[in-house]
Write a protein that binds this ligand. Structure first.
Ligand code: NAD
Length: 246
């Protein structure tokens, strides 16, 4: 018996990194997982690797794409039990370098995309469903070049508080997860050739002296998705190797 036998899950950004690792765990616990992301071929490969999964490509910042995702979930006919609103991007730019386009892109995906992902799921969410939002240690950390990203993740953390209150009476739990540094493609996108050097530098300042494997975040998300966290509402679970704790 898996912890999520017969449940239906949606994972945005489920084709890579934390989303892929979490989708694998949720499927291993018995859930059918709908994954979404922008790259169709990558998503199809991920769905095959996950097993009990359906790939629906789309952009979380585009309302019509999110509607299309949930139309597929509706056709599945079981409602929705686990929603992991995880898709996100990071652009490294100091205040002087930040352009309006970069700022808009970060907020469109990380903030508006999270809002659309959760709001449009409301008619499908079963009583007792678990909604998990990916925030970040960057919401509070404050590092040069991370202002737009950190501000977007602070917004995500704020969403989790208000939505937990709004949906809690239905037994729908909304929580955030704040990973510290995790070994995913996000670093390559954000730092390019400097990704390895940056990960090593950050790791050196953490108690475990390493960055996380995506599966270590997936384990914590699976806890929030399961009945083991049945009295956890509006929390922000840090899985950060101690980064924001020491
Ligand atoms: P990743 O780049 O592998 O994952 C991001 C996923 O989001 C990708 O699959 C990408 O295709 C998808 N995505 C991006 N824009 C999208 C859009 N508009 N519509 C749909 N999908 C879109 O990196 P990751 O580290 O696994 O990132 C997952 C989440 O974790 C992000 O929200 C990120 O900000 C957060 N996070 C990552 C770290 C880290 O160190 N890697 C730390 C804290 C928080």
């Amino acid at each position: 018996m898996g912890q999520l036998d017969g449940k239906t899950a949606v994972v945005t950004g489920g084709g890579t990194g934390i989303g892929l690792a979490t989708s694998k765990r949720l499927a291993a616990e018995g859930a059918h997982v709908f994954i979404t992301g922008r790259r169709e071929s990558e998503l199809q490969k991920a769905a095959a690797a996950i097993g009990n999964a359906t790939a629906v490509s789309g952009d979380v910042s585009v309302a019509a794409d999110v509607d299309r995702l949930y139309e597929r979930v509706r056709e599945h006919g079981q409602g929705l039990d686990v929603l992991f609103a995880n898709a996100g991007i990071n652009h490294i730019a100091t205040l002087a370098e930040l352009t309006e386009d970069i700022h808009d892109a970060v907020f469109a995906i990380n903030v508006k995309g999270t809002f659309l992902t959760v709001q449009k799921a409301l008619p499908l969410l079963n009583d007792g469903a678990s909604v998990i939002l990916t925030a970040s240690t960057a919401a509070e950390g404050g590092a040069a070049g991370m202002s737009a990203y950190g501000a977007s993740k602070a917004a995500v953390r704020a969403y989790a508080r208000a939505w937990a209150d709004e949906l809690g009476s239905r037994g729908v739990r909304v929580n955030a997860i704040s990973p510290g540094p995790v070994n995913t493609p996000l670093w390559d996108t954000a730092f390019g050739d400097r990704a390895k050097e940056m990960k090593e530098a950050v790791a050196a300042g953490l108690p475990p002296r390493r960055v996380a494997d995506p599966d270590e975040i997936a384990a914590a998300v699976t806890f929030l998705a399961s009945s083991g966290s049945s009295f956890v509402y509006g929390a922000n679970l840090y899985v950060d190797g101690g980064m924001n704790q020491i």
